[in-house]
Design a protein around this ligand. Structure first.
Ligand SMILES: [Zn+2]
Length: 424
């Protein structure tokens, strides 16, 4: 058989991953590869069980077109998301489906020991069969905060100052480790797996403890010189605000529209102490606003208009076709989307709003785990050794093991109770 070039495989894999079900003609049209290269690559991937024929599509005249998909069980990734309040883990298959997941609460600002991450990853890997473990390709971790030029992460919400995450995990794990900024992870998940799938110019606004903006421009994520793009939460939208932001400055969008700020402003408005009434969530404030509570309504209006104001600059600069709202905004989309539109109409050129859509993320809370899995896939097929590992001939019997993961409950015992060390 003719030799198959790695870059053909990468293009065929990438495109099939993104579109989920494709035909040979789709791949030729989308990748720009010639038909012989595509045919050889498809044959190669089918022979190795990486690609599957999933049926025939009707065609107008001529023979039916064969529909092709990736075999999700041809590889696995461990996806990890380190959010400020929660550490989430998942075993995902090759195409980003979560096989099982678990999470642990974190204490805000308290230094997170890397061994805790390693133990949890070790717990999932220790539950795989031998043939499944052989098909684990990589671990991908979303980090919050900022990465410096020496590869160290500073993230105050998990107590890290210049922490060498990649090195620490690579030293402790026997699998390749990728680390990615959580904003990029979210926007990539939405672009590859969510509602931004067919949009090449997308903004993804995530509102949680912080506020970040992921950007896809002309089909590519915008990463900046040091992965520091999208810090829209620190754009100055409230010059009259005296609240000090986590960055040390005043007037930041986060001091008006982050989830804790929404809760704080509501509590201030009604004269409640922060500890009053148990744990209040942003979604509770949105519910009160919907029910006509004037204090909640005013907080939501202020937050929504501040977000719209900040987004109007991004719209003017980047001319997106879609803005996706994520994080806690999903539960308040009915309140926020009209306010954002109102501000955009007041502040942006009408031409830039033609055809623009604003939607909530369809991926929900798992978005960052799915994003980590997407990034793991992208990085794995770009890595010669991992591509070779994925494409090695199928081992006898490996497919018979696959149901084992499917049958496992997602509600496995908490890894804290069953620590397993994955040391080499
Ligand atoms: Zn700030």
């Amino acid at each position: 058989m003719r030799k198959v070039a790695n870059h053909w495989l990468r293009e065929v894999l990438r495109w099939t991953y993104q579109k989920r079900t494709v035909t040979r003609a789709d791949i030729i049209a989308s990748t720009g590869l010639n038909s012989a290269s595509v045919s050889h690559s498809i044959r190669y991937l089918l022979d190795r069980g990486i690609m599957l024929k999933v049926g025939d599509l009707e065609s107008s005249g001529g023979r039916p077109r064969e529909a092709l998909s990736l075999n999700g069980e041809a590889g696995y990734f461990v996806a990890v998301d380190l959010e400020g309040q929660t550490m989430r883990f998942a075993l995902t298959n090759l195409i980003g489906d979560i096989r099982y997941r678990w999470e642990e609460d974190l204490e805000f600002g308290r230094p997170l020991p890397v061994q805790k991450i390693v133990d949890s990853i070790g717990w999932v890997l220790s539950n795989l069969s031998e043939s499944q473990a052989e098909r684990v390709l990589a671990v991908c971790v979303n980090y919050p905060g900022v990465l410096d030029s020496a590869g160290n992460i500073t993230a105050f919400n998990i107590g890290w100052r210049s922490f060498p995450l990649h090195k620490a995990l690579s030293d402790a794990l026997e699998y390749p480790v990728f680390i990615e900024h959580d904003k990029l992870s979210s926007v990539l998940a939405e672009h590859w797996l969510g509602c931004a799938n067919s949009h090449d110019n997308t903004l993804f606004l995530i509102v949680e403890r912080g506020i970040g903006l992921g950007m896809f421009v002309d089909g590519k994520p915008v990463q900046g010189s040091r992965d520091r793009t999208g810090e829209i939460g620190h754009s100055k939208v409230a010059p009259d605000s005296r609240v000090i932001c986590s960055c040390g400055q005043q007037g930041c969008l986060e001091t008006v529209a982050s989830s804790p700020s929404i809760i704080r402003q509501y509590q201030e408005a009604i004269g409640a102490e922060p500890s009053d009434g148990g744990v209040l969530r942003a979604a509770d404030v949105f519910k009160k606003a919907r029910n006509g509570d004037p204090a909640a309504g005013a907080v939501v209006e202020r937050a929504g208009r501040a977000i719209g104001f900040a987004l109007s600059h991004a719209v003017s600069l980047l001319n997106p076709e879609l803005i996706v709202l994520g994080g806690d905004l999903i539960s308040g989309e009915d309140l926020f989307i009209p306010l954002i539109w109102d501000e955009l109409r007041k502040r942006s050129l009408p031409l830039l709003l033609e055809g623009l859509q604003i939607k909530s993320s369809t991926l929900g809370l798992d978005i960052r785990l799915k994003g980590a899995a997407s990034l793991a896939f992208r990085n794995a097929i770009s890595n010669r050794d991992l591509l070779a590992k994925l494409c090695r001939p199928a081992l006898a019997g490996w497919q018979s093991d696959l149901l084992r993961t499917d049958s496992r409950s997602r509600d496995e015992p908490n890894p804290r109770n069953q620590p397993q060390n994955l040391g080499k």
